[in-house]
Design a protein around this ligand. Structure first.
Ligand code: CO
Length: 150
């Protein structure tokens, strides 16, 4: 495993749309492992592949009680309620802001073995799912931020 460099705001790759993963090969598994290591090292809650310079639909989320989720081709299949909370992003250091997100989010994805998984997250985890999946479409939390928190 290896740490990967985090791309920062201003890097065009953060604004591009990521491609679907067709086959979960060793390269994707290594990417997932490296992303988990990088997320821990940077003390993040989640990380999306474009943040390490790879335009593939791959994210990792530290979901607390459900452990580390390695998600390939994640899609939101249900949303409920709404919440407003502070967010930050490893690609946008020193900015935190309030973003409205669903309170409860269910996603469908493939795990690292190519098996379909369905996971529901609430509060912080729901926010992480939305934030990371937005990255795959070139969307950053500052695009949706209602106000910046000093
Ligand atoms: Co982010």
């Amino acid at each position: 495993m290896a740490l990967r460099e985090i791309r920062k705001l201003g890097d065009e790759i953060l604004r591009k749309k990521s491609r679907k993963v067709e086959k979960i090969d060793e390269k994707i598994k290594t990417l997932l492992d490296d992303m988990v290591e990088t997320m821990h090292h940077e003390k993040g809650v989640g990380l999306a592949a474009p943040q390490v310079g790879v335009l593939k639909r791959v994210v990792v989320v530290n979901s607390g009680d459900k452990g580390i989720l390695k998600l390939v081709n994640p899609e939101i299949i249900n949303e409920e309620g709404s919440q407003e909370d502070e967010e930050g992003c490893l690609s946008i250091p020193n900015v935190r802001g309030v973003v409205e997100r669903p309170l409860k989010v269910t996603i469908k994805a493939l795990n690292e073995n190519g098996e379909e998984i369905i996971v529901t997250g609430e509060e912080l985890i729901a926010t992480a799912f939305c934030h990371e999946i937005d990255h795959l479409d070139g969307i950053l939390f500052i695009d949706k931020m209602e106000k910046e928190v000093e």
